[in-house]
Design a protein around this ligand. Sequence first.
Ligand SMILES: [Zn+2]
Length: 237
Amino acid sequence: MRVVLATEPGTPGWPNEDFAAVAPGAAVLLDGCTTSPGTVTGCVHGVAWYARMLGGALLSRITADPPVPLAGSLSAAITEVRNQHEDICDLTNPATPAATVTAARVTATGIDVLALADSVIMADYGDGRPPLVITDTHRAAGASADAADRAYSATLPSTGLRGIALLSDGATRITDKYDQLSWSAMLAVIRDHGPAQLIRHVRAAEDSDPGCTRWPRSKARDDATIIYWHEPVEGPI
Ligand SMILES: [Zn+2]
């Protein structure tokens, strides 16, 4: 298994609220939903903590043996994190920490994928097909395990697949907000030059528009995180 990962916080002095991790045969990437400074969330831990805890719990569950469906794994992970702080935090607060979720896992029949909210999974084909871009429009995962039922999930055939990418929206904005690269071109940069190079492209675009006028946006820079998994095929780890 060969995986490359890059992450860079968007705001100096503010925690990176993205979380990404890999294990043999599995990868997760979450993007914690930023709250405005001063917002009362009811949680003493914060968004970065929430994304980290949920991501760790999810990775543990999607690598369990025997395997559990990804949505079921996410539901259990949300409950696990909830149990860790519901006694000391007010999880009924509407601003309770939340995070987008993406996950991928190799199985004997293909690649299981799950997406909740606006992070992206891309299937990178080596046979001339354009990349498959998977995302979701539901609300991010917060304190309720019901969110897992709304996540998009599928199993992709591994035929022709040369890679899988997971990206937070701070990275995909080079394409879906700034229109500087096609999805195919974005994947080529990540695959051939590494995910850190794509983040450099993102930052260069943002530095060229410091006033957020060419591309109106609430955050001049956002946390940007990318995992690229080369040739995710079933086999000995
Ligand atoms: Zn808390």
